[in-house]
Design a protein around this ligand. Sequence first.
Ligand code: ZN
Ligand code: ZN
Length: 93
Amino acid sequence: MGVDYYCCDVCGQTYPDCGPCGNCSSCDSSLCGQCYDDAIEKYSGRDGWSEKCQSCSGEIINDAQLVQYFLEHCQLTRAGAEKLARSEILKGK
Ligand SMILES: [Zn+2]
Ligand SMILES: [Zn+2]
């Protein structure tokens, strides 16, 4: 049995699943130990953790959300943006 590594949806760090970590039960983000502790600390009320994390509380915007925002903002599809990026990147070579 090996150790699996996951990418924290909040801070973007990679963490091993053998250490402290957790999942937000509200948006299903995977959180590293540090962010999980932070989430519990920040979003727990009198009834305990409200099961929100930095991601679904709107505190952070992850890369996927950011990309989605820019695509919509520029009225691009993912494929269109990829094509643009590819031609820009190849141009410099
Ligand atoms: Zn994290
Ligand atoms: Zn969440």
